[in-house]
Write a protein that binds this ligand. Structure first.
Ligand SMILES: [Zn+2]
Length: 351
């Protein structure tokens, strides 16, 4: 999950693997034994990139795609074609968002393959897939109400229902935990886990120093910015602080690192992208501070400060989460104060 905030093309890093992504069911070679797949999504963001890594007699899949007939059909074509008759021997999910973990249960069952994830991501996927309070629709609507979302916006979100549970109807009953700094042998390569927060609890990116490749997941994207949201399960979270701290873990990567992102095109120019992202959030934090200087604001009142375009119901949820994340970050830094009135409405104001 992420916002659809299309950045200026001028800020887009340089694609290194061509500008034509593979059609669904096909694969492009990124490097020997590293395949790029792309799965469709019925959203404004219409695709996710997945990766297949040659792993001995089989393949390790990085991420899975949404639970839709179109994604299953694309996978069937991948099994019959690009995988060359070799099995899937491991499924590794960067994080628990539905486009990444959606079909994990189907893939793991189909190939008797284990699921590898960080603990925070795996347990979160179990909670959200089950729709446990407060990840259910009623709790999300109450969260949006407290942050000032008007009734028409809430009715759009109500109609959308529990998108997560629909797109991740089940999760494997057990998993193999991966952790920050762990070095995973996949085929002949070592991939180091780089954990990051803010976008999701314990997102795993994978760094292969010998190949100069970073499988970035959603933490580093070439054209859109990573969604950073606050949810009712952790209402006081400083998600943006966690995200910005996570970016620092990529500073040490070599300048010629080739980044494999979950959305958009594989790119080089990691340090320019990190600079852009930091500037982007600094500007947005300044805009939120300025808006709160004149009067106390709800997060819903901050959405048009951050997003100038029309948002559909799916994007509205991300946008409100992002507005809370920016306000909560300033609150955590002691630069705004937060109040909650008798109706439970949360407002942010200058000190
Ligand atoms: Zn995500």
């Amino acid at each position: 999950m992420r916002d659809q905030n299309q950045d200026s093309g001028l800020s887009a890093p340089h694609p290194f693997a061509g500008v034509d992504p593979p059609p669904a069911g096909c694969a492009h070679d990124i490097a020997p034994g590293v395949l790029w797949l792309r799965m469709p999504m019925p959203l404004a963001l219409d695709h996710i990139n997945l990766w297949l890594l040659a792993d001995g007699e089989g393949w390790t899949a990085i991420d899975c795609g949404l639970t839709t007939d179109a994604t299953r059909a694309a996978w069937e074509a991948v099994f019959a074609g690009p995988m060359g008759g070799r099995p899937l021997t491991r499924v590794l999910c960067t994080h628990m968002h539905p486009d990444h973990v959606g079909l994990a249960d189907w893939l793991c069952a189909r190939w008797s393959a284990p699921l590898w994830m960080t603990q925070g991501e795996y347990l979160s996927a179990r909670v959200l897939s089950a729709g446990l309070v407060p990840t259910d629709t009623a709790s999300m609507l109450a969260h949006f109400r407290c942050h000032g979302a008007p009734e028409d916006a809430r009715s759009q979100l109500r109609e959308r229902g529990n998108f997560y549970a629909r797109m991740v109807p089940s999760v494997p009953a057990c998993y193999r935990r991966i952790s920050h700094g762990e070095r995973l042998r996949i085929g002949d390569d070592i991939w180091e886990v780089i954990e990051g927060g803010g976008h999701s609890p314990e997102h795993a990116s994978l760094w292969c120093a010998a190949r100069g490749l970073l499988i970035a997941g959603d933490l580093l994207l070439p054209r859109i910015t990573t969604n950073v949201s606050v949810f009712p399960i952790e209402p006081d979270a400083d998600a943006l602080g966690r995200y910005l701290a996570s970016l620092a873990r990529f500073d040490a990567l070599p300048a010629d690192t080739r980044v494999l992102p979950s959305h958009g095109l594989p790119f080089s120019g990691v340090h320019a992208r990190l600079r852009y992202l930091r500037d982007h959030h600094a500007e947005r934090l300044a805009a939120v501070s300025a808006a709160c200087a004149s009067a106390p604001r709800t997060a819903a009142e901050l959405v048009p400060v951050l997003f100038k375009r029309m948002l559909d119901a799916h994007q509205l949820g991300f946008a409100l989460g992002e507005a809370i994340a920016h306000a909560n970050h300033l609150w955590a830094l002691g630069k705004l104060r937060r109040s909650i009135d008798d109706d439970g409405i949360v407002r942010f104001a200058a000190l």
